[in-house]
Ligand binder design. Structure first.
Ligand SMILES: *Cc1c(COP(=O)(O)O)cnc(C)c1O
Length: 363
């Protein structure tokens, strides 16, 4: 049996008629970028998250870059970020000329909130937390520290659409919740797309200007903007999927529970769930000291796995100029050496999952 890490066509087939109707409606409408479909999706997604405003953008990376920029954070400013996040989170900071200050993750793979305070300096402007793999960070502690030092709070929710902490949805704890709708995400489009949710009207207005060349009124460019517009096709398709997001997330939770119960191998560390936190299992991530051997063994049995992520940002070639060294963030480095993401996707059958579990237990 061949098991892929990601299978995207099954969720398409599940709601095929709805997707095709939405796509045809856009094709026939004669309006393709920033129109009524974008507005309808923005309203629906704002309502889903419980925030007042949603601004549709081109990608999750743009959501991060533009959020940091709209807050006036730039050269010389520091932004606190976890050391094991995806490179895009850090690019959201460095694209603005600001400096990432890394804080190690906790045992749930999110920022260790107890270590934030020690990283604050008089140049710190914001904390940028990633709800990695779909599990909410310890937001009670993150919010408390951000408040204490008057720091902006930005959430990278690219992997946490619909995940809650203490009943409150990720993306609603700070000024900005930044989302990616890249096709593999829990709320994935059929191309690139992203959004920011916020309760701050002026901030939302600024993002709307920024995404369209810095203009509110065409050809009246108030600020130096970019082109980060969301197109009608993605917005229409996303609105279809948003209607099914709770069911899709529930399916992943059940798949995760079956992995939790089925995997019995002392060499494998299963993901832990934080009290009060919820995970939508964007990834199901195990740890193993013989990770590379395990991955090769699974590949031999036709089971695809992935590593999120093999090189922590502070050791990425593009950040050599930050002057970090191996050993600077040992927990992030240990995770980079040991984590392995198992196949988990909409429409994964019991038979497919049992095959993965059996192979893992036989390792
Ligand atoms: C996917 C992802 C992003 C970037 O989203 P894009 O839409 O690919 O630009 C940012 N942060 C995290 C944690 C992600 O997983």
């Amino acid at each position: 049996m061949q098991i892929k890490c990601n299978v995207l066509d099954r969720q398409f087939q599940m709601y095929q008629a709805e997707y095709e109707a939405a796509a045809l409606r856009v094709l026939r409408s004669g309006w393709y970028v920033l129109g009524n479909e974008v507005l309808a999706f923005e309203n629906a997604f704002a309502a889903y998250t419980g925030r007042k405003y949603c601004v549709g953008l081109n990608s999750g990376l743009d959501a991060l870059i533009l959020s940091v920029r709209a807050l006036g954070i730039g050269a010389g400013d520091e932004v606190i970020v976890q050391s094991n996040t995806y490179i895009a989170t850090v690019l959201g900071i460095t694209e603005n000329g600001a400096v990432p200050v890394f804080v190690e993750p906790d045992e749930y793979y999110n920022i260790d909130a107890a270590k934030i305070e020690a990283a604050v300096t008089d140049r710190t402007k914001a904390v940028l937390v990633t709800h990695l793999y779909g599990q909410a960070s310890n937001m009670a502690a993150v919010v408390e520290t951000a408040r204490k030092y008057h720091l902006e709070l930005i959430e990278d929710c690219a992997q946490s659409h619909g995940a809650c902490f203490d009943g409150q949805m990720t993306g609603t704890f700070g000024r900005a919740g930044c989302f990616s709708f890249y096709p593999t995400k829990n709320l994935g489009a059929f191309g690139d797309a992203g959004a920011v949710v916020t309760d701050d009207e002026a901030f939302a207005d600024k993002l709307r200007m920024m995404r369209n060349y810095g203009s509110k009124v065409r050809y009246h460019n108030e600020i130096e903007g970019v082109n980060s517009r969301l197109d009608e096709m993605q917005a229409a398709l996303l609105r279809v999927k948003l209607g099914h997001l709770s069911a899709l997330n529930q399916e992943r939770k059940e798949l995760a529970q079956r992995y939790d119960a089925g995997i019995v191998n002392p060499q494998i560390v299963l993901p832990k769930l934080r009290t009060k936190a919820e995970s939508i299992y964007h990834q199901y991530v195990i740890r193993c000291t013989k990770r590379d051997a395990l991955q090769a063994y699974l590949a031999k049995q036709d089971i695809q796995t992935q590593i999120h992520y093999p090189i922590p940002p502070h050791l990425a070639a593009c950040y050599a100029h930050l002057g970090c060294h191996k050993g600077d963030y040992p927990i992030a480095e240990q995770y980079a050496d040991q984590v392995l993401s198992l196949p988990i996707y909409t429409g994964m059958t019991g038979e497919e999952q049992q095959y993965v579990i059996d192979r893992l237990n036989a390792f």
